[in-house]
Design a protein around this ligand. Structure first.
Ligand code: COA
Ligand code: AMP
Length: 635
């Protein structure tokens, strides 16, 4: 039996033994006496009765163990021309004093703190300071607009918001404070205070409820880590669902700490002496798990990179950073590698750097296309490892376990189900499908530690959205198959969630904005293939009868509305006027069918559609652009 088979069988057959053993990776204030609590199934909890502090595991214990001089964060910011190495000693000092700042502003155990910050060390400081107090952070990605921010403020009802005066995109400086102020006008909930880190590029105007980060820190005293229950929430991370209302994915403290420590070792093969670079953003789950928590809990060095790893000002950034800090492994999204390839097809920039420290390149966030896999493998000469997971799970569902038991790579597959995840493929009725057959990918309950126990304040929505479609299973929302060797293949979402440059977005949210245009009668937004970003959204709009507008003007107006309401990250650039939208007999827009054709994957077209003429019309709309075409026949 291989090490993988042994771990898989034990994690599924005897999860108590498996996870109790792995829980020893964590310092507990009150150690667990059992792993799984099934008493409220299908809502499961891990390590009931145990107490710990996640921040103490990420910082204090390394300092106590004499590793305080080790570099915790290598901050590298070509967009500001700044580099800073922060030791565990220094990070602990900053975090414990910022915890005091938050506590002085009224943040206590269980209170929420919303963090709207760019990729700077203070974002990590704010996250860990919350964990230190037993408060719950909710980080919102900087590319979201005020309206999206307001929805999250109202759902999480934070006591305090932490922000910076600006974020820096390669093309422009983005003042964050006015965006936040606008969000707080839109929101019903009023936080008690906002802490603002002033950056030299933009000085934010401070109002009555605003506190200057540096001023507050200069008066702060270090705060000790408070004990929290393993089952208490550590953070809420909002993610796109099929509707406009984002889902507040909850992460607990105990199960998460164990899963981070275990996966960093077993999946990524990383340890305390490694320098690790997850080139994502703290606003996404990859940033939470693998920029912040996993590397720090294990005591490694994490690279915090502010900027795009391609284009100006740092075209060879990936290789430069690997060389400069001796990075052991790099983790990013396939789209970033495609962007590098586009700029430097023969990887000539690689020759300028010494990347011999690199043991692997990990890619996730979207499907790793075999072309990109081969390009990276050929040029880097190290294993290129796909891994499949989602905000909800917090760590990989399928991976090639580099630490536990490396396996041969099959391009197109993120390899096997990770121990703890009972991955099954089912048809529409929930019947399990044999190897090689395409279906919905589900995971039999319980999910392992570190995965979402629920959605914030809404157990019922969690059950309805994820646990009710297939009996006893968590629905991933992805479709795919498992081959004879147990290799998982993830082919794409089966719902209206799309993935743009590794960013997860809801087409439903975009449709809600497009539909507010006064000339639009109805619309559908679907994801279409894009060579660089994997997918981009395209809006199909039907105008109200009798109205006319220059398509370019309409496009501009709709693109602006989506940027203003959702944010630039939505990346909606294409708007097509069509004479009608294909519908079912009951009037539902056939988005899934449109998607299948737009992707060039007509095999996704459901067999339930009898009317071939409808499909012909849709193909015409999607492939011919639809402008001025024949109206599709109504079934
Ligand atoms: N704050 C404000 N705006 C932001 C932002 C942020 N944190 N992040 C992105 N945006 C804006 C961008 O400036 C861009 O605006 P524009 O339309 O005015 O140019 C828009 O949102 C879209 O950004 P993005 O999707 O990142 O596209 P891009 O063309 O700027 O860059 C890549 C493309 C592939 C280089 C980039 O997405 C990348 O490096 N991705 C890495 C993968 C990643 O981080 N994945 C996360 C999960 S692993
Ligand atoms: P997010 O919650 O933002 O991490 O997005 C999760 C979704 O991204 C998944 O449900 C998949 O659709 C997609 N995804 C993530 N990683 C992969 C991967 N390795 N292969 C295919 N799709 C992926």
């Amino acid at each position: 039996m291989t090490a993988y088979q042994q771990a898989r069988d034990e994690a599924l057959g005897d999860p108590e033994a498996f996870w109790m053993r792995e829980s020893a990776r964590i310092d507990w204030m009150e150690p667990p006496t059992r792993a799984l609590d099934s008493s409220a199934a299908p809502l499961y909890r891990w390590f009931p009765g145990a107490w710990l502090n996640t921040c103490a595991n990420a910082l204090d214990r390394h300092v106590t163990a004499g590793r305080g001089a080790r570099i915790a964060i290598q901050y590298d910011s070509p967009v500001t021309g700044t580099k800073r190495a922060i030791t565990y000693d220094e990070l602990l000092d900053d975090v414990s004093r910022f915890a005091d700042v938050l506590a002085t502003l009224g943040v206590g155990y269980g209170d929420r703190v919303l963090i709207y910050m760019p990729m700077i060390p203070e974002a990590v400081v704010a996250m860990l300071a919350c964990a230190r107090l037993g408060a719950v952070h909710s980080v919102v990605f900087g590319g979201f607009a005020p309206a999206e921010l307001a929805v999250r403020v109202d759902d999480a009802t934070p006591t305090v918001v932490v922000t910076a005066s600006c974020g820096i995109e390669p093309s422009r400086v983005i003042p964050y404070k006015p965006l936040l102020d606008e969000a707080l006008v839109l929101a019903r909930h009023v936080p008690a205070a906002t802490v603002v880190l002033q950056r030299p590029q933009v000085v934010a105007e401070l109002g009555d409820r605003d506190v200057d980060w540096s001023v507050a820190m200069s008066a702060a005293r270090p705060r000790a880590a408070v004990p929290v229950r393993a089952t208490d929430p550590l953070y809420i991370l909002y993610t796109s669902g099929t509707t406009g209302k984002p889902k507040g994915v909850v992460r607990d403290n105990g199960g998460h700490a164990v899963a981070m420590a275990w996966s960093f070792d077993a999946v990524y093969g990383m340890g305390p002496d490694d320098v690790w670079w997850a080139a994502s953003d703290v606003g996404w789950v990859v940033g939470h798990s693998y920029i912040v928590y996993a590397p720090l809990i294990v005591g490694a060095t994490t690279v915090l990179y502010e900027g795009k790893p391609v284009g100006t000002p740092d075209a060879g950034a990936f290789w430069r950073v690997v060389d400069e800090y001796g990075v052991s492994a790099l983790f990013t999204a396939p789209t970033a590698i495609r962007a590098v390839r586009k700029e430097d097809p023969d990887a000539l920039l690689l020759a300028h750097y010494d990347v011999s420290s690199l043991r692997g390149l990990f890619l996730a966030g979207e499907r790793l296309d075999p072309d990109t896999y081969h390009w990276a493998t050929d040029h880097l000469g190290v294993p290129v490892i796909d891994n499949w997971w989602q905000t909800e799970t917090g760590w990989p569902i399928a991976a090639n376990l580099r630490g536990l038991d490396p396996m041969p790579i099959k391009p197109g597959s993120p390899t096997v189900a990770v121990p703890g995840y009972d991955v099954r493929i089912v048809d529409g009725e929930g019947t399990e499908l044999p190897a090689g057959q395409d279906g919905a990918i589900v995971i039999r309950l319980p999910l392992p530690p570190g995965t979402l126990p629920t959605l914030w304040g809404d157990d019922q929505r969690y059950v309805d959205s994820y646990l009710s479609v297939f009996e006893g299973c968590y629905t991933t929302g992805d479709g795919g198959y498992v081959d004879e060797d147990g290799y998982v293949y993830v082919m794409g979402r089966t719902d209206d969630v799309i993935n743009v440059a590794g960013h997860r977005l809801s087409t439903g949210a975009m449709e809600a904005v497009v539909a507010t245009h006064p000339l639009v009668a109805e619309c559908a937004v679907i994801g279409v293939h894009d060579d660089l970003k994997g997918q981009v959204p395209r809006a199909f709009v039907v105008l109200k009868s009798g109205v006319e507008i220059d398509p370019a003007v309409l496009q501009r107006q709709i693109v602006t509305a989506v940027r203003d309401q959702i944010g630039p990250v939505a990346a909606l650039k294409e708007v097509v006027i069509v004479p009608g939208l294909p519908k079912t007999r009951s009037g539902k827009i056939l988005r899934r069918t449109m998607r299948g054709i737009a992707d060039g994957r007509p095999e996704l077209v459901p067999s339930t559609i009898e009317d071939v003429r409808v499909l012909d019309a849709i193909s015409h709309l999607l492939t011919g652009g639809g402008q001025g075409g024949e109206p599709p026949p109504r079934p």
